[in-house]
Design a protein around this ligand. Structure first.
Ligand code: NAD
Ligand code: TYD
Length: 339
């Protein structure tokens, strides 16, 4: 099997490559990544020189280059992780989200059609469903929940997700789509909640909690997401959407307190800052379909996963301290300087 993993130098894509190498060493993997601020080749150091692995620095917006690669490689499966992925950045600059997340995905699917790819898996997000109210804990997102997005990020992901389903219906491209909840784990860029709070706590810097900190996310350890994507792309039905999530809802403020406690830092570091514009209240996934059809269940409990994650950030300070230099410093000043 010849597999294309786009966005494999980012957080989930790299963890997915490690998962595939471990569980399907017989498969060849080509990783395509533009190495934006969020992509880091050093993350892939342990696999870069392995036989059966190829890294290609390429932008999915570059249609000609994408087509040339597909012609050369004759992929069996394409898994599309490549995306602009941060909601706050999409509020600052929506344009790049439309280009990469929508047009880039269209390029990959057009090439998949032309070169007869056997499965195109689109990694979507639970954010396409919008949010749920805090006072209705009985409500969950199912695959039938209407798409109702809030941010330029989620809107661009919804466009790509629906386009993938349209390519199945219109052209018969063998597509599957997964909509996962918030991931955490090793190699997540420290602009996202959990690694940002770990990094700030370690530096005794203020921990910027948006609004009141009551917003709820449904957290899943990244390896569990990777396992689900692997099952869907190999055994899931084409033309179908699968929700992925582990019934692990937590308010942001509680996550921040857990991190402080684990690191032995005082809660006085918590600083409430101006809320995110259009901030989604609650995400909560009903994963019954993937459980019933593919037998998937999350394996890592949050209590263990968060400890492992904090340990990883403690043991790999060089990785994140290097990547948070440069562009990220300017971003941090802009986003949090006067908030
Ligand atoms: P990330 O930002 O860590 O990684 C994205 C990767 O894509 C980076 O390596 C980047 O260099 C690459 N990339 C960006 N633009 C590109 C382009 N134009 N061409 C080629 N490569 C490009 O993101 P992540 O958190 O690993 O998310 C991966 C995917 O999973 C995204 O599609 C995201 O929408 C989805 N997702 C993420 C979460 C989450 O909690 N992080 C949850 C559900 C779904
Ligand atoms: P984030 O990790 O950006 O993921 P998403 O917005 O895709 O869910 O944020 C998770 C939650 O944490 C979200 O409710 C926003 C909040 N948040 C903060 O309170 N402070 C921060 O500095 C960041 C980055 C996020």
């Amino acid at each position: 099997m010849n597999l294309l993993v786009t966005g494999g130098a980012g957080f989930i894509g790299s963890n997915f490559i490690f998962y595939e190498r471990k569980h399907h060493p017989e498969d060849r993997i080509v990783c395509l990544d533009a190495l934006t601020y969020a992509g880091n080749l050093s993350t892939l150091a342990s696999v870069l020189d392995q036989p059966g692995f190829r890294f290609v620095k390429m932008d999915i917006r570059d249609r000609e280059a994408v087509f040339a690669l597909f012609e050369e490689e004759k992929f069996d499966i394409v898994v599309n992780f490549a995306a602009e992925s941060h909601v706050d950045r999409s509020i600052e600059n929506p344009g790049i989200f439309l280009e990469t997340n929508i047009l880039g995905t269209a390029n990959l699917m057009d090439a998949s059609r032309k070169y007869g790819v056997g499965r195109f898996h689109q990694v979507s997000t639970d954010e396409v469903y919008g949010d749920l109210p805090l006072d209705r804990p009985d409500l969950f997102f199912t695959e039938e929940t209407p798409i109702h997005t809030s941010s330029p990020y989620s809107s661009s992901k919804a466009a790509a997700d629906l386009l993938a389903l349209a390519y199945y219906r219109t052209f018969g491209l063998p597509v599957s789509v997964s909509r996962c909840s918030n991931n955490y784990g090793p190699y997540q860029f420290p602009e996202k909640l959990i690694p940002l709070m770990i990094a700030n706590a370690l530096a005794d810097k203020p921990l910027p909690v948006y609004g009141t900190g009551e917003n709820v996310r449904d957290w899943l350890y990244v390896e569990d997401h990777c396992k689900a994507v692997d099952l869907i792309m190999r055994n899931g039905r084409v033309g179908e959407v699968y929700n992925i999530g582990g019934h692990n809802e937590m308010a942001n403020i509680n996550i921040v307190k857990i991190i402080l406690k684990e690191l032995g830092k005082p809660e006085s570091l918590i600083t409430f800052v101006a809320d995110r514009k259009g901030h989604d209240m609650r995400y909560a996934i009903d994963p019954s379909k993937i459980h019933a059809e593919l037998g998937w269940l999350p394996e890592t409990m949050f209590a263990d996963g968060i400890k492992k994650t904090i340990r990883w950030y403690l043991d790999n300070q060089e990785w994140w301290k290097t990547i948070v230099s440069g562009e990220y410093q300017q971003y941090y000043e802009k986003m949090y300087g006067n908030r």
